[in-house]
Design a protein around this ligand. Structure first.
Ligand SMILES: Nc1ncnc2c1ncn2[C@@H]1O[C@H](COP(=O)(O)OP(=O)(O)OP(=O)(O)O)[C@@H](O)[C@H]1O
Length: 372
């Protein structure tokens, strides 16, 4: 519905100098708050999408990702705060630039292609600021960029899901937007197709050099695509950074859990070490007696066929192809722990194993404020 609203409006196009390449802008959210009725869904968002970069908005359902995108598009007007395109305020208490004047492109998960129009007509639709010859040329360039120029006269129903996605991308790119907004752009594709379409899209975004803001709820997808990831929870930014920042130095247990499956155990600082029922698992400079929450990635919980150490009893074992997934009960820990080990490392008849922890897969948080 969103994309149809956009398409019904003429797009105002600034003069373009280089075929198929956008002039990237920065888009800045400044103290953005938003309410739907009495419900607050965005709570003080400060965030910048850098020129030419790919920013992924990541978070669970209902965290406010789509609302942030709709505010950037001008389809929703924020309750409070200001939005800037480069230095220009485009939405704020006294300013509101309508969607068609913002130079943003939109691509939504249902693609919203018109079934009765050819691919070329679909892509040209909305380029109303241009002569019909220039429209055709722009549509042709955009279709060529996504590798579909040979099929320009075909109709959407003649295309696979992945090809339809590429047409939708071509349509969003045809006006050469300075910022491209994409809401779950791969969610309609099956998992095998998704990888190819995603990497093709990434390459096209790099070539066009548009600033892109991509909404996803899939951490791996964000890691594959983003230059920077903004992790949201309940309308607040939890953390912004590169995939490496968020994976290695998550701000809290919620952020850590979004990027890895975790075992969570209690710990305490003692003599410069983090002491847990699994033994000392990391170093710390926190004062003795500090209560800690210790997260151990599943790949970092090692099971060994050794004699000495902390004993765990295997309660389930699942073969997952390259790895075996175990659940293990360890004395002093209420919940069974989970471990991912290379398939075949532990012989099938083993029941009791020695459990150890790889310090690289340990993340330690102070207990206060660690609510999941
Ligand atoms: N038009 C609306 N009227 C009332 N509430 C809304 C409206 N649009 C969204 N919301 C609410 O705002 C909150 C944020 O929604 P939003 O769609 O931005 O989240 P999201 O992170 O994109 O979620 P999802 O991944 O499920 O799409 C949700 O609680 C949602 O129910």
């Amino acid at each position: 519905m969103l994309s149809r609203m956009m398409k019904s409006e003429p797009l105002e196009l600034s003069p373009r100098r280089s075929a198929g390449v956008s002039f990237a802008a920065s888009l800045s959210y400044n103290g953005i708050r938003h309410h739907f009725g009495s419900k607050q869904v965005l709570n003080g968002i400060d965030l910048v999408a850098e020129p030419g970069g790919i920013l992924c908005l990541l978070g669970p359902s209902g965290s406010g990702k789509t609302t942030l995108l709709r505010i950037a598009a001008g389809i929703e007007r924020q309750t409070d705060g200001r939005l800037y395109l480069n230095e220009q305020e485009i939405a704020g208490p006294d300013v509101f630039l309508p969607p068609e004047q913002r130079g943003v492109g939109l691509m939504f998960q249902d693609y919203a292609l018109f079934p009765h129009m050819t691919l070329a007509e679909n892509v040209a639709f909305g380029l109303t600021g241009l002569s019909s010859r220039a429209q055709k040329e722009a549509a042709g360039t955009a279709l060529e960029r996504v590798g579909l120029s040979a099929r320009a006269s075909q109709y959407p129903h003649m295309l696979s899901g992945g090809e339809q996605q590429r047409v939708a991308l071509a349509r969003a790119l045809a006006p050469r937007p300075s910022v491209l907004l994409m809401d779950e752009p791969f969610s309609g594709l099956d998992s095998r197709l998704k990888d190819t379409v995603r990497s093709d899209t990434l390459q096209i975004l790099r070539e066009t050099r548009a600033t892109a803001i991509v909404v996803t709820h899939d951490a791996e997808e964000a890691m594959r695509m983003a230059d920077r990831i903004a992790l949201l929870r309940d309308g607040r930014l939890v953390q912004v950074g590169t995939a490496g920042d968020l994976y290695r130095r998550p701000a809290d247990l919620f952020a850590a859990g979004f990027f890895s499956e975790l075992n969570v155990v209690e710990g305490e600082a003692r003599g410069g070490r983090v002491i847990t029922p699994l033994g000392p698992v990391a170093e710390t400079n926190r004062p003795d007696g500090t209560d800690l929450t210790v997260a151990v990635r599943l790949t970092g919980l090692r099971l060994n066929e050794a004699q000495d150490g902390i004993i765990g009893r295997i309660v389930t074992r699942r073969f997952l192809g390259g790895v075996d997934l175990f659940t293990v009960v360890v004395e002093g820990i209420d919940e069974p722990l989970r471990s991912r080990m290379r398939a075949g490392t532990i012989s099938p008849e083993m029941r009791d194993v020695v459990v150890s922890v790889d310090p690289q897969d340990v993340i330690v948080f102070e207990k206060a404020g660690n609510d999941r």
